[in-house]
Structures are given as C-alpha cells and as structure tokens.
Design a protein around this ligand. Sequence first.
Ligand code: SF4
Ligand code: SF4
Length: 377
Amino acid sequence: MQYRSFGSTGEKISALGFGAMRLPMTPDGNNVDEKKAIPVIQRAYELGVTYFDTAPYYCENESEIVLGKAIKPWRDNILLSTKCDIDDADGAHYRQRLETSLRKLDVGHIDFYHMWGINWKTYEEFIIAPGGPLDEARKAKQEGLIRHISFSFHDTPEALTRLIDSGHFESMTVQYNLLDRANEQAIHHAHEKGLGVVIMGPVGGGRLAGFSPEISRMVPGGIKSNPAIALRFVLSHPGVSCAISGMSTIEMVEENVATASREEPLSEKERVQMMAVLDETRRLSDLYCTGCDYCMPCPNDVNIPKNFEYMNYYRVYGLKEYAQQAYADLGVKDTEWVKGLKAEFCTQCGECEPKCPQHISIMDQLEEVVRVLGGAE
Ligand code: SF4
Ligand code: SF4
C-alpha cells in the first residue's frame, strides 16, 4: 500500500480508503450482513488500508455500527471518518449528531468529522452562524471528540474554492473521476492551501464499472478493467491523498489494493496521454451539451442537461448499460442532486431551444434520447 501525506494535518494516509457505504446486506436488504461485512473490512486493514469512511444513513443506518465493531481491535491504528448533516444553524443539533455517531461507532473520538454534502449556502447560512456548527465543531475538537474538521461537498468548483479559502477546514472529500473532472483545479488549490484531499466516487459511482473500449484506448497498451484505470487516474492527481471506494467483497478489496499499491499510479507519459484524450472527449461531449443550464427550467420539468449527460455516457464513452439505467432512474429515484424528468416528458413546446448558446436542436436530441436510452434501439 502507498501512504501519502494528508495535507497539513500531520497524518499519513493510505492511498486507498475503505468506503463503508456498500457493505454486504442480508437477503431482505434491511440489515448489514455482519458475518460477511466484518471480514471484508478486516481484509482491507490487513492489506494496509488506514482510512475508513462511513456516514449515519449508509446501509440502512447500520454502517457506523458494523464498522465500529470491525475496527474495534485496531481502532488506534487507523483514521476514522464519518459525517454530520447540516440542515440548520443550531449547534446543539451538530452536537447531538456527533454524540450519536460516537455511540454507534462505539469510539471515544472521530479523526475526520465531515460537515456532510455542504454547499456555499449551507456554509453562509448555517455553518458560520454564531453558536452554530462551526463553533460547536471547534468545541468538540478542544474536548478531543474530533481531531480534524472536514467537509464533503456538492456545489460548483467556484464555491469549493471559496470554502477552501475560508481557512476553517483541514480536509475535504469531493467528487473527481474520469467522467467528472470539474473539481480538478480546486483540488490543486486545496493541496496548496494545506487541506488533505479525499476523493469519493473514483470510479464514477459505478458508471465506470463496466468495460468501455473507448476508455481502454486512453492508456497505452490498453487496460483490463475500467475501475482499475479510473482509480489509477484519480491517484495520479498530485493533490489527491486518498480515494475511497465502496467495497463489498474481499475480491474487490484485493483488486483495489493491488491498484493503489502501484508505486506510480500512471507514468507522466500515461497521464499526459489520458488528459489529452479526456480533453478531446470533453470537447466532443460539449458539442452535444455543455451542461450550462441556460435552457432551464423546462415548464414540464424535463431535466434537459441531465438527459444529455446520460446520452453522452453512451455516445462518447460507450457506457450504454449505465446510461440506460441512469435514464430509467431519472425522475423515479429523486436524489438531492438529481431532480427533474426524463426526455419522454417533453411536449415539444419549443421554449428551451432559443435559450441554448450551443444552438442544440434540443427537441430532436431529446427524441433521440428516448429512442436510445428508453430502450427502443
Ligand atoms: S421543448 Fe420540451 S424540453 Fe424544451 S421546454 Fe418544452 S417541454 Fe421542456
Ligand atoms: S442550454 Fe444547451 S448546452 Fe446548455 S444545458 Fe441546455 S442544451 Fe445543454
């Protein structure tokens, strides 16, 4: 396993982190299957993983409990991370949530306690309010209940840069992968400012799980699997200390550890070549849609850029299966970050097209999305 400096925290961290969000579940899906889950976590530790990340709601609220049981024998040898919802400016709520996590994990302290999925609005309205989450976090740090104040994040790269510059945080967990490089510069910036950087979704939330010949061609000599190259790509960013992968089997742990143990995740030549191909594919994607949102909102609630983004996974990266699944879930499995409806709800009212700076024939393109991702082709 490779170990890297973790910003200015003074910690060393394994390049691969264990994400406890996909622990094996019982057949009814209601509980973590502890008999299977604990050996997976144990194997990661044996192979040198030292960063273990969880959150209160993962795995039907049981992830923290099971992770706590698994790490008990070697708790002091690892770095433990969990997260706190920030939905108001009440410091007492932060404290309650911290105490609940400490109890569920059955530990005396948390090493990296994240303000969970924050954005600039949350920061301004809630986090820095007097007596709010930040004041409470500092108090908890003085008491030794948490060792480092961290955040995870879903907002624009500009907002991310401002959060880094606030000087309040010691590490951050952000999205970055082959398909979504929006935070690339902000990660450099965080590194320069001394924040430890952890990457979530190094394999694109499952998008890169299948094999894509387009991605294979990005690396000289080709590759055996997308997840391996996706992980190597993320770890070759000089600002990244650790990539967390949600692992549910011992085989996955062993495969990821082998990838993260490479001395040099990508050679300079390989990274340069990949960046060139990625920039080219980015340009190709932008021909279809840059995701600028100017065409929105649609009176029928069609999420136009999201439909086109899924279409790009198919036409640019050849990830048809993933694109079809993502399309099937759109408007069905609403998440905080993905809202709106599928292309098939477009009534061809024409309101969006004049607003598109790329002059995309949105209505025709949406029809194609329905045909291809809706399964007619
Ligand atoms: S043409 Fe379709 S996508 Fe565009 S605004 Fe009208 S309903 Fe929405
Ligand atoms: S305005 Fe055009 S480029 Fe921008 S999101 Fe809409 S379709 Fe895409």
